[in-house]
Design a protein around this ligand. Structure first.
Ligand code: ADP
Ligand code: MG
Length: 952
């Protein structure tokens, strides 16, 4: 890792605080004397440090003097540490933290926080920084994360401590505040606590050059150590003493480490003695630029502690660290480094070989002293052994003087030592080489895996891109489809609107039409009225005409006929036309009437048929009733029989009881007379008894058998009766249904016949009017004929008169005037007639208009008749079906009965009605009733009202 290794001493800075209030109050002396920048004389002894800060040094000066460089180093990839060492209240915290949020009073840590970011902003743009901070304390040799408040007993350096990424000085300050707040929360007396614990603020800076991928990292430990005072001075006792000892232990471990480092015996630095020294291993004699602040009190009261502190600083000053940049190498760099190390190794091996050869040569050429002469040699090595010149002289006998020998031996020892060192170094180097090889392999593996990963990622990327493309296309399609849908929707909604508009219009139109229809109907009724009125008027006019004609006839009789025949003739043709029309209408009416007659006949016929069916049903029912009656009689008989049997059973059981009583009596007698007639009577009585008992037994058996059989029979009969009752109920219901159907049909028939009567009445009226019209026609024709004749006569008369008047012109003036008067009268008459004629023509046109309406009505009547016919047909079919079903039911019941009583006559059902009416209620009458009600309840929906709606 080390690229450019450099050795440097720990920088030790001494800072004296001013006398505090209590010290001044106490009248303590101010001891230190500052000489130059780097020397302080304390208690008559001068101490030289890298720099000595007198009491009036500002925080900024302190910072600029030491910490600024450290920030640069850390950003350059070095590790750095700043310690503050000194007794409690000597100004350690003042130096490290100071007044955190005061620009003048703030100590090193807040200034570093600001400085780091200033530097970063001034640095290369290609550099990417990751800055993490941790804040923890070591108390009683335990690590406590001040950003989490958890104690860690772990051994490794700050493992598990919270690391906060920070991006600005404010965030760093926030973290410090948080840590300090946590620290305060955890303890009751902060001053005591801070004097016994070490607080460490760690800033970890990692940077990467985005262009070159060069990575650098640097750690900066900012350590505020526990108070260095002696335990005796604090007056600690008990647990506090333990604590103080513990703290002192870690501090003394720090002192031991520093002593060991100062003495240069690097093989035995007791880093592992405490957590703190382990964490700060790199800071002390390792890869770190370390600065130590020695904080001192100037008071005479603290002179011992101050001296000890100053001594500690002196010792620390001698520690040399080997610092190197924390550079993460690329594979290429690693390779180069490896090659270099290999070369170095080779050259070292060569040197070793060379030295070994020299050694051998030396060994061969310069023989060492014999074994017995080794003693003085050893003695020489010991510095405290007395070296007498005589003993040396006696030993230098062979070649060289004792001095020379000593020198040689010294040299040999040195060479041996060198050899050992070299061996160590070789070992170290080869280990290093191995490590490097391993690292190389790791790196290669990493490279290969990352290559594979990159390929995978590439293929994934390709796949994702294609997926993305397809998804895009899909999205496009979906969007298009959506657009289409939207357009469609718009169209549809438009169409819907249109349709609703149309609907509205149509509804309006319908309403209009309805109104129009109503109006037309009203018009029709009005027209009908008008037509009847006109008919009356026609009659009147005809009467008037007749009157006129009679007048004419009188006039004609008086030979005063005028020329009006043409108009009358026209009138008559119109009347004839009208009559013929009426005739045709009447004819059609007649036809319709005839048709209706036929219909009525058919209806009658159907009615008769239904009536016949009904009567047959009635017959059937009466038959069934008769059967029921006979069955009831049979039941009676059975009942009687049963009673007789029961009576006989009773008498027999009585007899049995009697016989048994006799038997017991006999027994008693036999027992009583036992002594006397034992030998004679006993067998006789016993025999008699046995026979009697046997007889009784057989009787009893026969009786019980008969009884059981009869009971069974009774049960069966009861069951049959129940069934038959059910059946009868069903039949009754059906009959009722048929009755209601029949009633319905009858009412319909009645209705139909009424309609027919109406129609026949209408027909008769039509006939009558027809005949009247015929008569009228004939009279009109006759009248016309007479009129024609009259006209002829009139014309003849007129011509003769004209001729005569021509002959008798002079005396004919009076006659002329009367003629003129007659003519004017006739003209008036003619005018009246023309008017009437016109009226008639108009009426005729009206009637012609009315004709289609009447035809329509006729058609509707015909349709109604047809509907009635179909309804009749349906009713008939329904009746047929009912009858059929009824017959089927009867058949079924018959079959059932036959199957049940094959030995009985086939008319043994339908008796329950009679049974119940007769009053001989059986023992299970309530059950019967309930059964019937149930049955009727069940049977009600069997005939749905659908068969009753024929009347509709
Ligand atoms: P320590 O942390 O070593 O126990 P502090 O830093 O808490 O000691 O210092 C104790 C007191 O002395 C504090 O009130 C602090 O303000 C004051 N003090 C320490 N050093 C200085 C200094 N250089 N100038 C002024 N006051 C100081
Ligand atoms: Mg402190």
């Amino acid at each position: 890792m080390a690229d450019a290794n450099a050795e440097c001493n720990i920088k030790v800075l001494c800072r004296f605080r001013p006398l505090n209030q209590s010290e001044i109050f106490r009248g303590d002396k101010f001891i230190p004397i500052f000489q130059g920048e780097d020397t302080v004389t304390f208690g008559g002894k001068s101490y030289v440090f890298d720099q000595v800060f007198p009491t009036n040094t500002t925080q900024e000066q302190v910072y600029n003097a030491c910490a600024k460089q450290i920030v640069k180093d850390v950003l350059g990839g070095y590790n750095g540490t700043i310690f503050a060492y000194g007794q409690t209240s000597s100004g350690k915290t003042h130096t490290m933290e100071g007044n955190l949020h005061d620009p003048q009073g703030m100590g090193i840590i807040p200034r570093i926080a600001e400085d780091i970011f200033e530097h970063i902003f001034a640095m290369d743009e290609n550099l990417e920084f990751h800055i993490k901070v941790s804040y923890f304390e070591i108390y009683m040799d335990k690590i406590r994360d001040l950003l989490d408040g958890v104690f860690y007993a772990g051994n490794s350096e700050n493992t598990g401590c919270t690391e906060r990424f920070v991006t600005s000085p404010e965030e760093v300050m926030d973290v410090i505040d948080e840590g300090k707040a946590n620290r305060h929360v955890a303890v009751t007396n902060m001053n005591e606590h801070s004097s016994r614990s070490h607080s460490i603020f760690l800033i970890n800076i990692k940077q990467e050059n985005v262009e070159t991928e060069q990575k650098l990292s640097g750690k900066l430990y900012l350590v505020d150590l526990a108070g260095s005072e002696k335990v005796s001075k604090t007056g600690a006792e008990g647990a506090v003493l333990d604590e103080a000892k513990n703290i002192n232990k870690s501090l003394s471990a720090l002192g031991n480490v520093i002593s060991a480092l100062a003495e240069g015996t690097k093989s035995h630095v007791p880093y592992r003695d405490s957590k703190m020294t382990r964490i700060l291993q790199d800071s002390l004699g390792g890869n770190c630029r370390t600065t130590m602040f020695i904080c001192c009190s100037p008071s005479s009261y603290n002179d011992v502690e101050t001296k000890s502190t100053l001594m500690f600083g002196q010792r620390a000053k001698t520690i040399r660290n080997t610092v190197s940049v924390n550079l993460e190498l690329t594979a290429e760099q690693w390779k180069k480094k490896y090659e270099k190390e290999k070369d170095k190794n080779r050259s070292l091996k060569e040197t070793i070989q060379r030295l070994e050869a020299e050694l051998n040569r030396w060994r061969n050429d310069v023989p060492l002293a014999p074994p017995e002469s080794e003693e003085p040699l050893v003695d020489i090595c010991s510095p405290c052994s007395p070296c007498t010149p005589c003993s040396i002289a006696s030993s230098i006998v062979v070649h060289i003087s004792a001095e020379e020998r000593q020198k040689y031996e010294e040299e040999i020892r040195k060479l041996y030592k060198q050899l050992d060192d070299k061996d160590d170094e070789i070992n170290h180097q080869s280990q290093m080489v191995e490590k490097l090889k391993e690292q190389m392999l790791d790196q290669e593996e990493l490279l290969a895996s990352s290559r594979g990963d990159s390929e995978k990622v590439q293929s994934e990327l390709g796949r994702l891109q294609t997926e993305n493309e397809s998804a895009k296309a899909e999205v496009k399609e979906v969007l298009q489809a959506l657009e289409e849908l939207a357009v469609n929707y718009d169209q549809k909604s438009l169409a819907v609107e249109e349709k609703t508009m149309q609907n509205k219009l149509l509804a309006e139109e319908l309403a209009k039409k309805m109104a129009h229809l109503m109006a037309l109907e009203a018009e029709l009724s009005r027209i009908q009225e008008v037509s009847s009125h006109q008919r009356k008027r026609i009659a009147e006019i005809l009467n008037g005409l007749m009157r006129d004609l009679s007048e004419f006839s009188t006039i004609v009789g008086n030979r005063d006929i005028k020329l009006i025949t043409g108009a009358i003739e026209e009138e008559f043709t119109v009347a004839r036309l009208y009559i013929s029309k009426i005739k045709s209408e009447v004819k059609s009416m007649v036809k319709r009437c005839r048709h209706l007659d036929n219909l009525q006949l058919e209806c009658h016929r159907k009615m008769e048929e239904t009536g016949r069916e009904l009567s047959s049903c009635h017959l059937l029912i009466s038959q069934h009733e008769a059967k029921i009656r006979s069955l009831t009689e049979y039941m009676h008989n059975m009942e009687l029989k049963k009673r007789q049997l029961e009576d006989s059973y009773d008498s027999l059981s009585e007899e049995l009881a009697k016989v048994q009583a006799q038997g017991t009596v006999m027994n008693i007698i036999s027992v009583n007379q036992c002594s006397r007639t034992k030998e004679h009577l006993h067998p006789l009585v016993e025999n008699q008894q046995m026979a009697l008992e046997q007889q009784m037994e057989s009787h009893r058996e026969a009786h019980s058998k008969q009884l059981g059989r009869l009971r069974d029979e009774i049960n069966e009969k009861e069951k049959t009766i129940d069934d038959l009752t059910d059946c009868n109920q069903k039949q009754r219901l059906e009959l009722e249904q048929l009755h209601s159907d029949f009633e319905c049909l009858r009412s319909r028939e009645h209705h139909k016949s009424r309609q027919l009567e109406e129609l026949t009445f209408l027909h008769e009226r039509h006939e009558q009017s027809k005949q009247d019209l015929k008569g009228l026609e004939e009279t009109v024709a006759r009248e016309l004929h007479t009129l024609h004749n009259l006209r002829k006569l009139f014309v003849q008369d007129l011509t003769t008169r004209v001729r005569k008047s021509a002959e008798l012109e002079p005396d004919d003036s009076g006659g002329y005037i009367t003629q003129k008067q007659k003519i004017s009268f006739l003209e008036n008459n003619l005018e009246q007639l023309t008017k009437v004629h016109k009226q008639l023509v108009r009426d005729n046109a009206d009637l012609r208009c009315e004709l289609p309406k009447l035809e329509k009505r006729l058609r509707s009547t015909a349709e109604r008749v047809k509907a009635l016919e179909s309804a009749l047909k349906e009713a008939k079919e329904g009746a047929m079906n009912d009858r059929h079903r009824y017959q089927q039911e009867v058949e079924r019941i018959k079959d059932v009965m036959r199957a049940r009583n094959p030995f009985r006559r086939p008319h043994c059902f339908h008796q329950s009605k009679q049974y119940r009416l007769s009053g001989t209620t059986p023992a299970k009458s309530p059950a019967h009733v309930s059964k019937i009600t149930v049955v009727s309840y069940i049977h009600q929906p069997v005939y749905p009202c659908g068969q009753n709606n024929i009347s509709q």
